[in-house]
Design a protein around this ligand. Structure first.
Ligand SMILES: NC(=O)c1ccc[n+]([C@@H]2O[C@H](COP(=O)([O-])OP(=O)(O)OC[C@H]3O[C@@H](n4cnc5c(N)ncnc54)[C@H](O)[C@@H]3O)[C@@H](O)[C@H]2O)c1
Length: 380
């Protein structure tokens, strides 16, 4: 078995999901490459040491520049807030490391273009962790569409709803709350949540060409955790947009962190000439499917429990009927990346280039929120 030495930067929420994935992937997937948890990096020594001990990282660093200098690191995995992705990815690529980066790829398309250029110029393996592609039910949706089960697609609609920023007393910035600070996050729900919906949508239904959006910041000022001052809030708290796909279908997307009662309601529905599909993250192992070609007396929505061994990824797990969950999407992501390194395999998707396309769409959405006009998506 070939070893791939991983250096992880960041040890928060995503640091944990990725660590868990590195620990488990070789037990469940038969791959030529095995990840070695070589080093993790965080800025606070006692905390990063405790994290390394807990998850089985062999060593730790407190400066990411030191980590990427190390000769014993083959691949750098970035799980820090969005404003650091570009600088770290470019520096890691400069040192010839493969780069795995959390989403969104960057703060804006300009940064994303630089990141794509350097990994492609240097021929470095790369991926972005748009993990919802790796939910078995979502991959099944992709297979059904690619097999032309839906026929011509007319409609795509997606939501990503949360409710955790409704209190005006919630500060912005710093640990845990950098998502409310545009300097660190780039944007609000558009880059954080809609980016997931967009990545899934363009994977399933092809490029988006034009968008028109409505954005709102409900709480205009919040105390900033880093400065201690009350400061203007520059993120979009909510965003809804209409879009046209290159294949002629129409889309509607909505995201907010002000939908009381919803923690992470990511849903999508696709309506085609012959069939429709819908999926809900809260019930992630099920795919709903309606096929108009079924016998009329028993025609209706089927709720497919995507746990059989002939369903995507499920032959790697338990026995039919037993669910897997959110954490497995990251295991599937790293399994795909390791597989892509084997001789003769195709490059991994979503790649930096794929994620740049999502970045262009987010950018057009945010522009339209201001211009109140339809905006063309760059790079299509
Ligand atoms: N794929 C997904 O579903 C998903 C889910 C959540 C977050 N994310 C993305 O993952 C990234 C991290 O999000 P999170 O929720 O894990 O955030 P988090 O706040 O939980 O963790 C961020 C980590 O980065 C560390 N960090 C910050 N600056 C650093 C620096 N200069 N050097 C070293 N470490 C540094 C922090 O100490 C912390 O450990 C973001 O880009 C986010 O958009 C993706």
């Amino acid at each position: 078995m070939k070893k791939l030495n991983i250096g992880l930067i960041g040890y928060g929420f995503m640091g944990r999901t990725h660590s868990n994935a590195y620990r488990q992937v070789s037990q469940f997937f038969d791959l030529e490459y095995q990840p070695v948890m070589k080093a993790v990096c965080g800025r606070t020594e006692d905390r990063v040491k405790a994290f390394a001990d807990n998850w089985g990282w062999q060593s730790y660093e407190t400066d990411w520049r030191k980590l990427i200098e190390r000769d014993d690191i083959d691949a750098v995995d970035i799980t820090t807030p969005n404003n650091s992705h570009c600088e770290i990815a470019k520096a890691a690529a400069e040192k010839g490391k493969m780069v795995l980066c959390e989403k969104p790829l960057a703060l804006n398309p300009e940064q994303g273009e630089e990141m794509v250029k350097i990994v492609e110029d240097k021929g470095l393996a790369n991926m972005v962790w748009y993990n919802y592609r790796f939910v078995p039910a979502v991959t099944l949706a992709k297979n059904l569409i690619d097999d032309d089960k839906l026929g011509k697609i007319f409609h795509y609609r997606a939501n990503f709803l949360q409710d955790w920023t409704i209190s005006p007393d919630l500060p912005q910035g710093g640990e845990g709350l950098w998502r409310l600070d545009a300097e660190a996050a780039g944007s609000g729900v558009t880059g954080d949540l809609l980016a997931h919906c967009i990545d899934t949508a363009i994977w399933l239904n092809g490029p988006i060409t034009t968008v028109t959006a409505m954005t709102e910041t409900f709480i205009k000022e919040r105390k900033h955790n880093l400065t201690g001052e009350v400061q203007k809030v520059n993120i979009d708290d909510a965003c809804a947009f209409l879009a046209r796909f290159a294949n002629g279908s129409l889309a509607i997307f909505e995201s907010t962190r002000y939908a009381r009662g919803h923690k992470a309601l990511y849903t999508f529905e696709i309506n085609g000439e012959n069939a429709s599909i819908s999926w809900d993250l809260h019930d992630l192992q099920r795919l709903s499917y309606f096929d108009y070609r079924d016998e009329s007396a028993t025609r209706g929505w089927r709720s497919i429990h995507v746990t059989d061994s002939d369903h995507p990824y499920m032959d790697k797990w338990w026995v039919p009927g037993l669910n897997i969950g959110y954490e497995h999407t990251f295991i599937h992501g790293i399994a795909g990346f390791l597989k892509s390194l084997e001789e003769g395999q195709k490059p991994m998707h979503p790649s930096f280039r794929d994620a740049l396309q999502t970045q262009y769409i987010c950018d057009a959405v945010l522009k339209s929120g201001v211009s109140k006009q339809w905006e063309e998506v760059s790079g299509v």
